[in-house]
Design a protein around this ligand. Sequence first.
Ligand SMILES: [Zn+2]
Length: 257
Amino acid sequence: MGVVLDVKSGRLVAAVKAPEAARQRSTPGSILKPLFLTAALEQREVLPQTKVFCRRDLHIREGNREWNLACTHPRSDAAFAAKEALAYSCNRYFAALADRIPPRQAAAILESYGLAPTTPTSQEQKELLVLGVAGVTVSPTQLAIAYRKLALELADAQAPAALDAVREGLKDSVNYGMAHNAVVPGMEIAGKTGTASDQGQSWSHGWFAGTGYLGHKEYVVVIYLPRGNGADAALLAQRFFLATKVSAASGRAVSAP
Ligand SMILES: [Zn+2]
């Protein structure tokens, strides 16, 4: 499933399986991280240079469930500041970020992007919400609308300088981080991947959400893979960007591959 929006107008440019893309609700996983980071930087709850040490292990126990949220980034025993933490999708960093924001605000941040979370009632629930593994489900269409809002905020000339960490972190995510499969030489692509499972499912699904310029126009692209992981979704995003690059070069309009 995929959704492509024109950032400036918000117009739906292309959708693969459009009705399902609007209806399907799934656990978002790491795809929410840039939304929380943007809000926490704006509120000065974290500073761009605030570092968190990561050994890649993270376990959260909530109710009768135990969550293994080990990081998958290559570097271990490293201290990450905001930009790198986003590029490497560091769960430890974002659990620490969750601890700095009040529960009601954690929910309000997602609501401001058009999502409908449950307000967390414990520290563990709040961490799970920020990590996108519990407390909220999203549709590809909802996520595309949320990322369009984020793209507009990041492009705003009045935006605080601290948001450079989000801008750069999303680009680095594609350049060398967890969304590297989406890279297309010569194209500026910024994005994030997510891998998560829905309750009661033994398999994972994959997300990619990001933006890319085609000529002077910026597009939001969201890919949802019902089975797979974020790296697979990023690869599909790359295919889309490559196809649009070719069609733009030949003078045709943007369309879904
Ligand atoms: Zn980590």
